[in-house]
Design a binder for this molecule. Structure first.
Ligand SMILES: NC(=O)c1ccc[n+]([C@@H]2O[C@H](COP(=O)([O-])OP(=O)(O)OC[C@H]3O[C@@H](n4cnc5c(N)ncnc54)[C@H](OP(=O)(O)O)[C@@H]3O)[C@@H](O)[C@H]2O)c1
Length: 239
C-alpha cells in the first residue's frame, strides 16, 4: 500500500540501479507510477529487475543506454521522447572517503567530483525541458553536501554543486517543471543492511521521493530528510 496515487506519472530514475535508487524505484512503482531506469551496465539493470520482482517490474522499463556525457544524456532524452515522461529523479554519485585535500589524487577528483557533477548537469540539460510544466525534477544528495566530511571532500563538493544546480534550474525554469533537492542522511540499503534506528532505509528514501513527485506544493526548494523523524515531519506537514 502506498500513500500516493502516481498512476498518471512516468518517472525517469537516473541511478535507479544504485543502493538508494532501488528504494526510489520500488516506492514509485508501489505508488502506481511507470518508471524508466537507464544504465549503460546491463548487468545492473538485470540485478534491479531481480530485486524488484516480476509483479512490480511490469510497470518498469529498463533502458540500456549511457547518460554520463552531454551527448549521451541528450541521446537518451531523444530515445525517450515518446515515453511521456512527467518527472525525473537523479540519484547518482556514490560515497568515497579516505583522502584529505592535500592527499587527493587527480583520479579521485575526476571520479568523485568531475564525473558526478558532469553527469548531473548532462541529465538536467537533457531532461528539464523535456518534462511538462506540471512535472518535477528531484535531485538526491546527502548531508555531506551541506556539512563537510573530512576526507570526503570531492563527494561533499559535488553535493554542494548539485544543490546549486537545483537552484539554477529553479531560477531558469521558474517552476515548469518544479525542481527539488532532497538531502538524505546515511541510508540502510542492500549494501549496508544495518544502521542506526534513526537512519532511513532506501525504501523510506523512496517514500520521500514519491511524496515530492505527488505534492505540487513542494517546489523549488531544498528539503532536508536526514532521519526517520525528519521524514515523518515532511510527510505530515505536506500531506
Ligand atoms: N547510500 C547512502 O547512504 C546515501 C546517503 C545519503 C545520500 N545518498 C545519495 O544518494 C545518491 C545515490 O547514492 P547511492 O548510495 O545509491 O550510490 P550508488 O549505489 O553508487 O548508486 C549510484 C548510481 O549512480 C549511477 N551513476 C551514473 N553516473 C554516475 C557517476 N558519474 N558517478 C557515480 N554514479 C553514477 C550508477 O548507475 P548506472 O551506472 O547503473 O546508471 C550508480 O548505480 C547520491 O546522490 C548520494 O549522495 C546516499
Amino acid at each position: 500500500m502506498s500513500a500516493h496515487d502516481l498512476s498518471a506519472r512516468t518517472v525517469l530514475v537516473a541511478g535507479g540501479t544504485g543502493n538508494v535508487g532501488e528504494g526510489i524505484v520500488r516506492a514509485l512503482l508501489t505508488s502506481g507510477a511507470r518508471v524508466v531506469v537507464p544504465s549503460a551496465r546491463p548487468g545492473r539493470l538485470a540485478e534491479l529487475r531481480e530485486l524488484l520482482g516480476a509483479e512490480r517490474a511490469a510497470r518498469l522499463e529498463l533502458v540500456d543506454h549511457p547518460y554520463e556525457s552531454f551527448d549521451d544524456a541528450a541521446a537518451l532524452a531523444d530515445r525517450l521522447a515518446d515515453h511521456g515522461l512527467t518527472d525525473a529523479v537523479a540519484a547518482i554519485g556514490g560515497w568515497h572517503q579516505g583522502e584529505h585535500v592535500w592527499e587527493l589524487t587527480e583520479e579521485t577528483w575526476r571520479r568523485d567530483f568531475l564525473s558526478t557533477v558532469t553527469t548531473h548537469v548532462a541529465l538536467a540539460r537533457a531532461f528539464v525541458r523535456a518534462l511538462p510544466a506540471d512535472g518535477s525534477y528531484t535531485f538526491i544528495t546527502g548531508t555531506a553536501s551541506v556539512e563537510a566530511v573530512a576526507t570526503a571532500g570531492p563527494v561533499s563538493m559535488a553535493g554542494a554543486a548539485q544543490l546549486m544546480l537545483r537552484q539554477v534550474v529553479s531560477a531558469e525554469a521558474a517552476g515548469s517543471p518544479r525542481a527539488v533537492s532532497l538531502v538524505l542522511g546515511p541510508i540502510v540499503s542492500r549494501s549496508r543492511p544495518q544502521g542506526k534506528k534513526e537512519w532511513l532505509t532506501a525504501d523510506q528514501a523512496g517514500e520521500a521521493v514519491a511524496h515530492v513527485v505527488a505534492t505540487p506544493g513542494l517546489r523549488d526548494e531544498t528539503i532536508a530528510a536526514p532521519t526517520v523523524d525528519a521524514l515523518e515531519g515532511l510527510l505530515g506537514a505536506t500531506a
